[in-house]
Design a protein around this ligand. Structure first.
Ligand code: AMP
Length: 267
């Protein structure tokens, strides 16, 4: 695996992106990332993974500082997976150029866009920069961050004329969606998060039979039962994230705080 630290090294190493798939990450590589990499490898001769903890998408400095990092371990996993290239830039390398910033439209200010102000503007900013550097035509993103996938696909997929593929959420045996942030959870919080995931999975299944579920009551009950703060608990369709549109495929979206850690998931 070639480790490329800047645009110069990257351009020297990769001349032709015709068969190179791209998997952007913030590191703390886990089985969720691995599944994206494997899907890219199935569809491309070569795969490039980026690891970049993007400061502009964190709306709290403390959250950015505490984000779990373990680059040595990441490199060893990526080597075992036979990833061809790892792009590992410093912040200055990504942000040295002036580039247009993105503003979300009013309709997009829902779910995490409403509750984490500036987060997706930061995601779009860094993805715009990464895609202007890494000229892959096939990008692989996880359904775990469904709203992120939809926004990047709609706004940057169009701009760069690239295919952005969604990959299913990988869960632990306890049903928690794998996430680098899970490393911040205490044992007791992991147990609770597992129970919450199981309840939400059932709730989604029940909703398929009875569309008239009162989610405000569910939200209230979950908050009290598990001592969590829920930012949102909403059914939204998969295409446009319209609220309670049960006429096409839909998901149950949640973001909640447990012992100072914010988790998101969808079912
Ligand atoms: P992150 O490193 O958390 O920014 O994630 C990098 C990519 O991996 C994003 O496209 C995520 O949606 C995806 N991802 C993260 N966790 C999972 C998971 N449990 N299953 C599938 N994809 C995931």
């Amino acid at each position: 695996m070639k480790i490329l630290k800047n645009v110069f090294e990257l351009n020297k190493a990769i001349k032709n992106y015709k068969n190179v798939g791209f998997v952007p990450t913030m590191g703390g590589i886990h089985k969720g990332h691995e599944s994206l990499i494997k899907i890219s490898q199935k569809n491309n001769r070569e795969t490039i993974v980026s690891i970049f903890v993007n400061p502009t998408q964190f709306n709290q400095k403390k959250d950015f500082k505490n984000y779990p990092r373990n680059i040595k371990n990441d490199i060893s996993i990526l080597r075992k997976l036979k990833v061809n290239y790892l792009f590992l830039p410093e912040v200055n390398e990504i942000y040295k150029k002036k580039m247009k910033k993105f503003k979300l439209k009013k309709n997009d200010k829902i779910l995490c866009a409403k509750h984490r102000k500036g987060h997706f503007e930061g995601v779009l900013n860094v993805m715009n920069r990464l895609l202007s550097i890494i000229k892959s035509k096939q990008v692989f993103m996880g359904e775990k961050d469904f709203q992120q996938y939809l926004l990047v696909k709609r706004i940057l997929g169009k701009k760069y004329k690239i295919n952005i593929f969604s990959c299913p959420t990988i869960r632990d045996s306890n049903k928690i969606a794998l996430s680098t942030r899970n490393k911040l959870l205490k044992k007791s919080s992991i147990k609770t998060a597992s129970k919450i995931a199981i309840e939400l999975d059932q709730l989604k299944k029940m909703s398929l039979k009875d569309k008239l579920l009162d989610l405000s009551k569910c939200k209230y009950n979950l908050q009290n039962k598990f001592k969590i703060k829920i930012d949102y608990l909403e059914f939204r369709d998969e295409k446009k994230l319209k609220l309670n549109n049960f006429n096409s495929d839909y998901r149950l979206f949640i973001a909640y705080h447990i012992n100072g850690v914010r988790l998101i998931d969808n079912f």
